[in-house]
Design a protein around this ligand. Structure first.
Ligand code: DC
Length: 335
């Protein structure tokens, strides 16, 4: 018999959120431990006192776990405890080492017994990395680290300070005094430049192209890679970028290289731009994608290339859900 531990937090004390969270937590525990339902002996829950609207055990029964013994109770009120947290212990008939699962804010709880998972997702612009990364992060209850946002923030700073990206010393000066912070709110990345959330401002075509140019400087990469490694060493996350599998985390367990034909990638970006209300032509977007591809693949330091041990996924005729499903399945199989 083995005991698998787990915990998850909810943003709001509502029956719908509690049911969702319990379902997500239990299915993740079952998937990561390759447990069959007839191996589950019992599931015991506790919850912090601020959860009052639904019994986690009832939610588990409704999620299909009624064949085993279920129990839930409230914890004492402890000062400084995590808010709206559901903790669980699942007893299973198994000899395997348990893989404990802590999701959302609960990742901070038991770093001593949980394994940090890092997933590297590299590929060219428009291959669908960020859409897929968000889906994978949500399904696995891990963070999404958008590394491109860091290079984009430097590019935005160059625009704001009127620094010419070709002037190495001017860019170096910007990087030396850079005030860039990556934070998370409700599981979403917040990119703060000089204390301001620049999440939207870094998405213009001008900043995109400039980011590709400034990211070629070695001093830019050294600083950003250091920050990326620091975040990845502390949190389970999927990192998307150009050099994650080859350079940032070369010994990462899960590496994927996502691509699609230049026409398909340009079409996706073009549709995004149209949805935003910009009046760029398809030709403009196609030209920008090709220019960025060339620049990203041909720079001297950490160019975009598939790591030898990365799994190649061509998403030209796949939906983002299909790509995310392929990644989640592969990760769960090898956890
Ligand atoms: O993924 P993105 O389009 O947001 O990235 C913007 C630019 O930043 C991209 O053209 C190349 C650069 N980049 C990089 O060099 N290394 C990364 N890990 C991520 C992005």
């Amino acid at each position: 018999m083995k005991a698998i531990r787990g915990a998850i937090t909810v943003d709001k004390d509502s029956p719908a959120q509690i049911k969702d969270a319990v379902g997500q937590l239990l299915s993740e525990m079952v998937a990561r431990n390759s447990v069959n339902s007839d191996q589950i002996v019992c599931i015991m829950f506790t919850n912090t006192v601020d959860i009052k609207s639904y019994y986690p055990a009832k939610a588990a029964r409704e999620c299909g776990y009624s064949h085993c013994a279920l129990f839930s109770s409230a914890e004492p009120e402890i000062v400084g405890s995590l808010e709206r947290c559901i903790r669980v212990m699942m007893l299973v008939e198994s000899d395997k080492m348990p893989s404990h699962v802590y999701l959302k804010e609960a990742v901070s709880l038991r770093k001593d017994i949980t394994k940090i998972i890092n997933i590297a997702l590299d590929g060219p612009a428009g291959s669908g990395k960020s859409t897929v990364s968000k889906m994978v992060a949500k399904r696995l209850g891990i963070l999404y680290l958008d590394t491109g946002a860091m290079y984009r923030a430097i590019a935005l700073k160059c625009v704001r300070d009127n620094a010419d990206y070709c002037d190495k010393d001017a860019v170096k000066n910007i990087v030396n005094k850079l005030n860039l912070t990556i934070d998370y709110k409700d599981g979403k990345q917040i990119t703060l430049l000089d204390g301001e959330d620049v999440g939207e401002l870094i998405r213009t075509p001008q900043v995109s192209l400039l980011a590709s140019y400034v990211s070629a400087y070695s001093f830019v990469r050294t600083k950003m890679v250091e920050l990326q490694r620091r975040i990845a060493s502390k949190f389970s996350c999927i990192l998307d970028g150009r050099d994650i599998g080859t350079n940032v985390l070369p010994s990462c367990e899960f590496k994927f290289y996502l691509t699609a034909s230049p026409e398909v990638r340009a079409k996706r970006r073009y549709e995004e731009e149209i949805a935003k209300g910009t009046n760029l032509s398809f030709e403009d977007v196609f030209k920008e994608i090709n220019e960025r591809d060339f620049q990203d693949k041909n720079r001297a330091i950490a160019p975009l290339t598939q790591a030898a041990d990365a799994i190649l996924i061509d998403s030209s005729s796949m939906t983002a859900e299909e790509v995310a499903e392929a990644i989640v399945t592969k990760v769960r199989e090898n956890m």
